[in-house]
Design a protein around this ligand. Sequence first.
Ligand code: ANZ
Length: 712
Amino acid sequence: KEWTDANVTYMTKQLRSMGNAFSWDHAARSTDPEYFSWTQWMFTRFFEEGIAYRGTGIVNWCPGCNTVIANEQVTSEGCCERSGDQVEKREMPQWMLRITKYADRLIDDLDALPWPEHVKEAQRQWIGRSVGAKLSFELRFERHPEDNERRGPHGEKAAIPVFTTRPDTLFGATYLVLAPEHPWVTLATDDAHDVLDNKDEVRTYVDEARQRDEKERTDATKEKTGVELKGVKAVNPATGEEIPMYVADYVLAGYGTGAIMAVPAHDERDYAFATKFGLLIRQVIDTDGELPVTTAGKLINSGEFDGIASEEAKRAIVERFGGEPTSTYRLRDWSIGRQRYWGVPVPIVYDPEGNPHSIPKEHLPWTLPTDVDFKPTGEPPLAKSVELQERTERIFGPGWTPDVETMDTFVDSSWYFLRYVDPHDSDSFSSKEAQRAWMPVDLYFGGAEHTTMHLLYSRFWQKALYDLGLVTDQEPYTRRVNRGLVLGPDGAKMSKSKGNVIDPDREVERLGADAVKMYLAFMGPYGDGANYPWDMGGIAGLRRFLERANGLRAHVRTTVGDDIAVLLNRTIAKVTGDIDAYKFNTAISALMIFQNAAEKDGLTDDEYCTFLRLLAPFAPHLSEELWHEAGKTASVHEEAWPTADPALLEESTVTVAVQVNGKTRGTIEVPRDADESAVLNAALADPLVGPKLAGERKRVIYVANKVLNVVL
Ligand code: ANZ
């Protein structure tokens, strides 16, 4: 708490020193009990709706942080994004949020969002929707043929469902593969069952496979391994053939149904496996080239479906063989329980029988106990709190126990924008009136690292709240702009270890906040991938520009030429347009061009004040001071933004090339949009070009404002 408060104070001071126009009266802190009591209340609503649940399964364990982390917090190298430690897989109970229920909406609603296409695509990829079908393969037991006719409670025969994206290749499914963790394999290898001829061999393989991580298992270059499930066969529903069954680790338990129909002629992995184990390879798609061919085409060796194209055959085959169209997703539910001290305590208590109950609103906020050591040890620090246990029993009764986990801090940022728009409401987390006035967020800036974390979590959270009738919009943000990075002077990412960190406070101290702020704006256009190195010379240049701005008033005159008014007008248009396009760098260059001209030609007092208004967003402190020195009493930041006069925008004269019989003979200056006869007269009157036009003119062609061609 002390550390957080000190940081907030420090950063607030730092941000204020830059003169940014934040609404400080709309600030909210996710660490305030007053804020997180709403986070907890939302969790209890999610719990009641089944969105939050206590699940079991394989989780990511970070040995450095001594806690579980979410899939999204594991880097592509399998490390913790926070500590960098190699993440381990553990099986343990976990608090989860059912983000997978929203997978389709999270994908489909992207279409209407005016976000950068690559950000949307990254979310689609992360969610990873595969459209396909479930197909069932009945089993044949060789050791106990009587089992073949046995039926389940709903009259069904023993069967293995598979997930496939290519039901059109069903006639080419020549064997079945189950994941080592598949429940049927677990059942068939336990002591109570006697269906396999090689139970021990299968057990050994399963135990070995469990040791290997997913990356190793799905590595396409690695030689395929597996063991046949001897004594049992599956029936291909299309051909009626009995086909062998295997357990192999290239099939993953957590994807689809954990079992596949293998089509070696049209799938790379199945092809590699079938080749190694000498299994039947039957081509069912008519394509050129060597097997395996994975593209779609017309069906062959597929009975009544021969000649039908893949897309149509998919539908027809699923329908004909009792399949079920379904989608599978890469996205997993969001694991949010953490075995660490900081974070919002999970607002759940357990009755003496161990059943979870949400903590009623009147007992929220459910605060963090302070009588514990907060260092992570692997065991949740809250488990050691005497106060938390006593509090629970005092409120709920003897034998009741508290949940001892805290929530991933991404829950805090999943709804903060809703609080910003209504930070002081004590009846709700954010009133509907405030939401109707402000939400969704018009423009959201942030780093690319948020694409499949915060940006996905908060979209999910918003939708979950929407379904509970608590928010007015289905999407939290309208436009999104990713930002780049300010790199060290050496062009590398700033880091303490590289010694290339620029301390902004020191630069503010040295050159002033306006110079630092303007320099940041001047580095280059703002946006994705826009990473710029810090340049000491560059910031010094901005400082000099500001010093000259400080002296510009000395060039104010009562009468000046028209040119400066025209230039100022163009500067207004340029700065305005550039700000809208986040091209702050070219907006500043336009201000520099104007300042140069004004120093040379002079400017009126009015023009000077307009310049200050244009400068104000970039150099808020200096412009305010100069504004007051110019005799104004109100703030420059409360002035209306200058508007350009379109009539003055275009340059009033144009340079026209004069051609004789197609050859350029010189140029003339004429008023813009002058008509052909006026331009011809000007050309004739021109001392250099005029004489070249002497003679009989057969034809005159004038391309407005560009070329006058005279045919003699
Ligand atoms: C038969 C088939 C024939 C397949 C064919 C592909 C090509 P994506 O697109 O990534 O979703 N599959 C299904 N569940 C699996 C699991 N648990 N572990 C490993 N592989 C699994 O891939 C879907 C395809 O991956 C599915 O379609 C299935 O192989 C395989 F010519 O079924 B297919």
